[in-house]
Design a protein around this ligand. Structure first.
Ligand code: FES
Length: 138
């Protein structure tokens, strides 16, 4: 896809973000941000018993690249397993948003992707803690 087409898509996702919305009762909620500018993204993720991400959405405030980039990248994450998402390389951001945008605005472009990765780490930590708690009770 050429850069012009990508910019059209970025604008469309900024004006009409996909998978946008808060869901506080999700299995994991994680807020990430760029300290340099204060922009934030919160990821809401539901994970079923087979480890499949059954629901994913985001909310946030910030520049066009961070918000549209999160919307576009999340489209590629729906229905994947946690293991697939953990293995997903950062290159997916460049594939989705184009080399030019990612090289000029790397922190903005990767905010959603990095927040998703941190959300999974948080969920793994919570699972580990709850299994330790469970083993103490038995
Ligand atoms: Fe803050 Fe883009 S300027 S994420």
């Amino acid at each position: 896809m050429n850069q012009e087409k990508i910019m059209e898509l970025v604008l469309d996702h900024y004006e009409n973000p996909r998978n946008y919305g808060t869901k506080e009762d999700s299995n994991v909620v994680y807020e990430g941000g760029n300290p340099g500018c204060g922009d934030i993204i919160t990821i809401y993720m539901d994970i079923d018993s087979n480890g499949v991400v059954s629901g994913i959405s985001f909310s946030g405030e910030g520049c066009m690249v961070s918000q549209a980039g999160t919307s576009m990248v999340l489209e590629r994450m729906k229905g994947k397993t946690l293991s697939e998402l953990e293995a997903m390389p950062a290159d997916i951001v460049r594939e989705t948003l184009g080399k030019k945008l990612v090289s000029t605005r790397p922190d903005c472009a990767r905010l959603g992707f990095n927040t998703m990765k941190n959300a999974i780490k948080k969920w793994r930590r919570l699972k580990t803690l709850s299994s330790i708690e469970d083993s103490k009770e038995t």
